[in-house]
Design a protein around this ligand. Structure first.
Ligand code: SAH
Length: 206
């Protein structure tokens, strides 16, 4: 997975590659999908959601440019797989998931892996986590209709937000860097994501 799906396709941050090599992806999947755990694709989890394709998890993590001492906010815990990767890359992770069942199951898996620098919350992550802000990195695993203003406001100086933004033809995975002069925007890649459903996302059933 690391060589063929990641390194060859532009993932070069060694800390990200190491974290991806270490986290057992099969632990985040149902028994019936174990054999596909390292396939180059997203796979179904409960609540009609998906565990992201490995490359997407790595591209988001790389886009945050974490050095190891950051507090990271994640929106869209899903299976908890990307949470486990981010927990290796920053100091602590606050992860928000809208489905209670997914949050609960992710929490159990992370506990099994003895990953103890993660806090999982149930709710609308599009509003961020103002009580823990500012963050050195914010990772959004679902497509927003526009750059989410509240999440941008919770970035510290030098912090990065990586979020897919919906465009007419595709979702564009985009990184925003907060500088003293404002926000710098950089396109990472086009890709497809589930929708961010919430106050600063799409309406339910939209
Ligand atoms: N990162 C996950 C994949 C997540 S798929 C993994 O590796 O398994 C996107 C997730 O975002 C879904 O679980 C979906 O329920 C969640 N989501 C969508 N809108 C949300 C919101 N406003 N707040 C929190 N979670 C949200």
């Amino acid at each position: 997975m690391v060589e063929r799906q990641l390194r060859r396709r532009g993932i070069h941050d060694e800390r990200v590659l190491e974290a991806m090599a270490e986290i057992p992806r099969e632990l985040f999947l149902a028994d019936s999908l174990q054999r596909s755990a390292y396939a180059d694709s997203a796979l179904p989890i409960a609540e009609r959601q998906t565990i992201s394709q490995p490359w997407i998890v790595a591209a988001i993590a790389q886009g945050l440019e974490l050095e190891g001492d950051e507090r990271v906010l994640e929106i869209g815990t899903g299976s908890g797989y990307s949470t486990a990767v981010l927990a290796r890359l920053g100091r602590e992770v606050v992860s928000v998931e809208r489905f209670e069942r997914l949050a609960r199951e992710a929490w159990v898996r992370l506990a099994e892996l003895e990953i103890d620098n993660v806090e999982i919350r149930v709710g609308d992550g599009s509003r961020g986590a103002s009580d823990r802000a500012p963050f050195g990195g914010v990772a959004v695993h679902a497509t927003a209709p526009a750059p989410p203003a509240t999440l941008l406001s919770q970035l510290e100086l030098g912090g990065r937000l990586v979020v897919p933004i919906a465009e007419r033809r595709s979702d564009l995975l985009t990184a925003f860097l907060r500088t003293s002069e404002g926000l710098e925007r950089r396109l990472i890649a086009p890709a497809r994501f589930v929708r961010l459903v919430g106050e600063e996302g799409f309406a339910e059933g939209d």
